[in-house]
Ligand binder design. Structure first.
Ligand code: HEM
Length: 146
């Protein structure tokens, strides 16, 4: 059960990253060229939002079951424990909040230019945060590529 959750959470990262990169690229390109923000564009934003919210649910389930999470602060001298208890979870949470606010603000924005600007700003910051907070295998937290 735990193993399945870790793999689902780990694998979904690639879908989240692919959607976010596509969204940021699209917002940058179409914003620059003055293109209209269409219903199809809003859908890409929506799919990204749904993917990160599923990732949040999986992350929360892991948070309360993983042996890499420990609420006793004396165990935070172990970097893996501190990383998953605090750094990973908090940074990912902030990124997901930014993506959610960005979606809602873009929907309410007055015109296409403002929608592209909002989409680009919020999602670019979220993408950078996520890239920093992922336990890539080379960071030594014992996590894999999938
Ligand atoms: C876009 C958001 C997120 C991404 C891309 C992401 C990605 C990952 C990845 C790649 C791993 C390593 C899995 C492995 O060992 O192979 C991981 C582990 C973990 N994540 Fe996330 N995560 C996200 C959000 C969250 C959130 C919001 C939480 C908690 C509230 C969370 C809690 C955890 C925990 C506890 C682990 C360690 C699981 C274990 O090995 O026992 N994650 N995450």
């Amino acid at each position: 059960m735990m193993n399945g959750l870790v793999h689902a959470h780990s694998g979904l990262r690639w879908i989240v990253l692919a959607l976010l990169v596509a969204l940021v690229w699209q917002a940058w390109q179409k914003g620059r060229s003055g293109a209209e923000y269409t219903e199809a564009d809003r859908k890409l934003n929506l799919y990204t939002l749904i993917a990160v919210h599923i990732q949040l649910l999986l992350g929360l389930a892991l948070y309360f079951h993983s042996d890499k999470v420990n609420f006793d602060s004396s165990s935070w001298s172990v970097s893996v424990t501190r990383f998953f208890t605090l750094e990973h979870s908090l940074m990912m949470l902030i990124a997901i909040v930014l993506i959610t606010i960005g979606y809602s603000k873009a929907k309410k924005a007055a015109d296409s230019a403002a929608r592209w600007r909002t989409t680009l700003r919020y999602n670019l910051i979220a993408l950078l945060l996520i890239l920093v907070a992922i336990p890539w295998p080379f960071r030594g937290f014992g996590s894999g590529w999938f």
